[in-house]
Design a protein around this ligand. Structure first.
Ligand code: ZN
Length: 118
């Protein structure tokens, strides 16, 4: 097990606890570099789902303590990207994914009612 330094697309840097061979650790680092860090991801999920944790003043520290529990350390402060009310592409994608999930559950509900009526 080793702590590997990682830089994410959101601009945060940190370290992740990675296991396995050098090649798979490098692959994980490359993959992580193309996405936002787990902290930013958590905040975007809380925001989209209207989670009360998003309204907390110490939400970033809360997110960091959760990422730490998953073997991810993020060294820097919350980015402006998370604080700005304007939607970023990532946030719109998250929102879209959440809406699609909602549609699926409505579909399931409707089809289970149709089955019950037969
Ligand atoms: Zn980040």
């Amino acid at each position: 097990m080793a702590w590997e330094r990682v830089k994410w697309s959101c601009g945060h840097t940190g370290a992740m606890q990675l296991i396995g061979k050098m090649t798979s650790r490098e692959a994980t680092k490359a993959y992580q570099a193309g996405r936002k860090c787990f902290g930013c991801w958590l905040l975007s999920v809380w925001r989209v789902k209207n989670d009360p944790r998003y309204a907390l003043e110490n939400r970033w520290n809360l997110a960091l303590s959760i990422t730490e529990g998953k073997g991810i350390r993020i060294y820097s402060a919350e980015t402006k990207q998370n604080q700005s009310p304007a939607s970023t592409d990532d946030e719109l994608r998250d929102k879209k994914a959440a809406l699609i999930e909602q549609l699926k559950s409505i579909d399931n509900e409707l089809s289970s009612r149709e089955i019950a009526q037969k």
